[in-house]
Write a protein that binds this ligand. Structure first.
Ligand code: DAH
Length: 364
């Protein structure tokens, strides 16, 4: 390794030689710097105030120079100082560049590697069934209606012809929101127990004719078991126009059931009661699983209860400013979860809501 020599003579030639040796050493040592810590060593070796090469040069060459030569030696030492500083700086730049090159090389995309596979989700079987029901009605010209899941007593009950304290309310074990007591009863909030409030909301906004299907989530205070869940799904339907009759209701629902379960399925209408329809009917379909021979699904009866329906009770038109002398309509509502369970042979609807991917993956 280079060491600073004592100068025996201060002739220009001798100075030139000494300077050239030093520059050559500086050059050579700068080539072997590979990283930051080697660069620091290099910098300190040449520039450290205490015993760096430049300090040694200052002592050995300048301070030792005889008076007349001091000027000349001083000039050379200054030039050397500038050269060393410049070299130290450029050496740093080149290792910084090399480090950046390395980082870029490390990040370079290898296009031959397999890509990151994002697993595609799939429609939940309940949502898929709901969409199937909706599309049957869309094909008949129905549009989709939606409304809030947190409803007022007014929309969920009163405007659907369930007066306060009417026993029909007991059929729907309701989940009420806490802290509503200070409000008038009609403004108190609850989780909607059915999709029927969207009938009223739609008729408030829209003049007849109305043809809508309303898919959505509903809530009741039922303990979860194989056939009950405090949260479940319904698809509601409403058609209001001039001259709508019970025949339209029967024809529409018969067509819908055949579209969903196959054209050989028959429908049967059984008298029932809902406060918002008059007359009301329970719709049954002939069991598509056993062709009415009797099976577990139809409980050996050959018939399966599918939905509630009826002619819109004219009392409802009073709540939405429709003229009952001019318009008539029908409505229906069906549970989606039970239908999906039947369709896929699932014997416990809790499986739909537990979110176990081993179960759900079977439908993907
Ligand atoms: N809202 C009823 C329920 O949840 C179902 C229903 C029955 C809806 C008859 C209707 C209807 O629109 O006409 O029990």
């Amino acid at each position: 390794m280079y060491t600073v020599p004592e100068l025996e003579d201060y002739s220009p030639e001798a100075l030139d030689r000494a300077v050239a040796d030093l520059i050559a050493a500086l050059e050579e040592e700068s080539h072997s710097i590979a990283d930051e810590s080697q660069w620091k060593e290099f910098r300190d070796r040449w520039m450290a105030r205490k015993n760096g090469v430049l300090t040694q040069v200052n002592d050995a060459w300048l301070k030792a120079a005889p008076g007349p030569q001091k000027r000349e030696v001083g000039k050379r030492v200054n030039e050397l100082k500038a050269s060393v500083e410049q070299k130290v700086e450029s050496a740093h730049e080149s290792i910084a560049g090399a480090t950046a090159d390395k980082a870029i090389a490390a990040e370079r995309v290898d296009v031959t590697l397999p890509g990151i596979r994002r697993e595609l989700g799939a429609e939940h079987p309940v949502i898929r069934t709901m969409n199937e029901i909706v599309s049957v009605f869309k094909a008949m010209g129905y549009s989709i209606g939606t409304g809030p899941e947190i409803e007022t007593d007014y929309y969920n009950f009163e405007s659907l012809n369930f007066p306060p304290n009417h026993p029909a309310r007991d059929m729907q074990d309701t989940i009420f929101l806490a802290g509503q007591e200070h409000k008038a009863q009609r403004d108190r909030l609850l989780l909607r127990t059915h999709t029927s409030p969207v009938q009223i909301r739609t008729m408030e906004k829209q003049k007849p004719p109305v043809r809508i299907v309303i898919p959505g989530r509903v809530y009741r205070n039922d303990a979860p078991d194989a056939t009950h869940s405090p949260m479940f799904h319904q698809v509601e339907g409403l058609a209001v126009d001039t001259n709508i009759t019970f025949c339209d209701l029967k024809g529409t629902l018969d067509h819908a059931m055949k579209s969903l379960f196959g054209s050989s399925v028959k429908t049967r209408f059984k008298p029932s009661f809902f406060p918002f329809t008059e007359p009301s009917a329970e719709v049954m379909i002939s069991c598509p699983f056993c062709g009415q021979k009797g099976c577990r699904v139809c409980k050996q009866s050959g018939w399966i209860e599918m939905l509630g329906s009826g002619m819109v009770d004219p009392a409802l038109y009073g709540f939405v400013d429709y003229d009952p002398a001019k318009v008539s309509g029908f409505a229906f509502g069906m549970g989606v979860d039970r239908l999906a369970a039947m369709k896929y042979g699932v014997d416990d609807i809790q499986l739909y809501f537990e979110g176990d991917v081993r179960f759900l993956r079977q439908f993907a």
